[in-house]
Design a protein. Structure first.
Lengths: 113, 116
């Protein structure tokens, strides 16, 4: 049973475009939703995170939109650059306890010059 | 700040051999996690420590896997009698409980294991 479903699997945009990556979760106990960026051969790097008490969070060119009733959240990358080409993972966890992260399967983003 | 470090970065071993990986977390972090990532997949949780106590283990962690965190500092993950299915990237992450009200996990670069 996949607890966090991520789409699309891959995404190609032109420089300056706004790629959108979507995630849906099943467990309503999840209350922390981070996004990670991973380059080939590297570990995931924390990009931005949101908690369900807000519907949107912006950090630089990255924005998370959160829809609690639909159990969905998404990552938007404004003014995308070739350097943003990477694999992006959404994740979810439950505060308290282990706070282990449950990851989606990832989205490979390619930003063409 | 040196971040989370892992050693070795790459390990090639023959089936049936034992391997051990090391993780050094960010120094002030009291929580340490191990995840496994196979090609084209997201990381999957294996186990976690709070200080030196191992508090949760995933069903993915078979009896051939053992992890330790002596004195609540670095951690080791040992795989005994490796199988080809163990080939994966093994990731370590650390976090500090209570920082900004939530535990943000920071990952190391991983150890790529190839079992031949």
């Amino acid at each position: 049973q996949q607890q966090v479903k991520q789409s699309p699997q891959s995404l190609i945009v032109q420089k300056g475009g706004i790629p959108i990556i979507n995630c849906a979760y099943e467990n309503t106990a999840f209350d922390y939703f981070p996004w990670y960026q991973q380059f080939p051969g590297k570990g995931p790097a924390l990009l931005i995170a949101i908690r369900p008490d807000v519907s949107e969070k912006k950090e630089g060119r990255f924005t998370i939109s959160f829809n609690k009733s639909a159990k969905q959240f998404s990552l938007h990358i404004m003014d995308s650059q070739p350097g943003d080409s990477a694999t992006y993972f959404c994740a979810a966890s439950i505060e308290g306890g282990s706070e282990k992260l449950v990851f989606g399967k990832g989205t490979k983003l390619t930003v063409n010059p | 700040d040196t971040g989370v470090s892992q050693d070795p970065r790459h390990k090639i071993t023959k089936r049936g051999q034992n391997v051990t990986f090391r993780c050094d977390p960010i120094s002030e972090h009291n929580r340490l996690y191990w995840y496994r990532q196979t090609l084209g997949q997201g990381p999957e949780f294996l186990t976690y420590f709070q200080n030196e106590a191992q508090l949760e283990k995933s069903r993915l962690l078979s009896d051939r896997f053992s992890a330790e965190r002596p004195k609540g500092s670095f951690s080791t993950l040992e795989i005994q009698r490796t199988e080809q299915g163990d080939s994966a990237m093994y990731l370590c992450a650390s976090s500090s409980l209570g920082y900004r009200g939530v535990s943000e996990q920071y990952f190391g670069p991983g150890t790529r294991l190839t079992v031949t």
